[in-house]
Design a protein around this ligand. Sequence first.
Ligand code: ADP
Ligand code: ZN
Length: 347
Amino acid sequence: MNDIRVELAERSYNINFGKTLPVLAPRKTLLVTDSNIYKLYADLLKEMVKPADIFVIPAGEESKNADTFLAICRKAAELHLGRDCRFAAAGGGVTGDLTGFAASCYLRGVPFIQIPTSLLAMVDSSVGGKTGIDIPEGKNLIGAFHQPESVTVNTAFLATLSDRELANGLAEVVKTAAIADEKFFSFLEDNAKHLYDRGKTALFDEIVRRCCEIKAHVVSCDEKESGLRAILNYGHTFAHPVETLSSYRISHGEAVSIGMECAGLLALELGMWSKEQYLRQAALLDALHLPRRLPENTDIDSVIELMKSDKKNRNGKITFVLPVSTGSVKVVSDIPVELIRKVISEN
Ligand code: ADP
Ligand code: ZN
């Protein structure tokens, strides 16, 4: 399969699809992976990356912190890795974000490669160069833009991914189709009944490829999110408060799904899109067993407060990405708070 090019001037790189890494300059490589991936794929990864050493982090979002970040950098220092090294991240979004951030800081920046193993990482977090860690005050509050040298996608990894983690990625897949590509959306509708069937590797290859193409295009147009890239936040203005208020018991993908439903309802209220389009999105989310309803007893004031402190707001205005038709969205930031309340209370 052909590579996808992420065009970013001198920071351009390829997303390649396969079981082996592309030919890269020889560098001493520190491989970072999580405990789950290490148990399942240590031999395969050693064969793929031929690392100088492997640093295994405990699986889970709790690892995406300053201590683990420092531990990776110190491991590299202990191995006397110089500027001619690279880091490699093999895992989900946690491993990718954390390792990428360590790579952006170690010796003021060394190259890194991504080997995403979760669907979420394949279709979203491994492409685009956002890296970072969480602090107690919030998720992803510390980070850097640091583009990888390459991303290698092998959908065979999905064989061992749990349904819940698959769903997590599927929500971002629906988001990607909803913001950019009606044909892709209809492809997902046609194949919805197979999307938990890990045996359908060709289907997943096609889906991941289309998501990467769309994301590569968006990121190439706007690397640092000053314009077009904001559309990737469809569903996310509602999702972030929902995740936070649930203390992260609701996963990112589940929250994005609920967030797309809320954005859809808001767009309906504003007369921006039709009931028919709204129902189409709702039906696809339902077919993929993704949630649309806010948890019972969601406190509307807390949701609005958290929306107001979203790091993506400009001039204190809450920004929404709202659908205008299937495959097309618009960024809107002057929505009356009363309307937002209405949508939340009626969801
Ligand atoms: P995400 O990719 O959702 O951003 P994580 O990096 O925490 O978040 O990955 C989610 C969970 O899925 C982690 O427990 C991780 O170990 C696990 N995981 C990732 N890829 C695979 C895989 N291919 N097989 C089994 N488990 C996986
Ligand atoms: Zn997301």
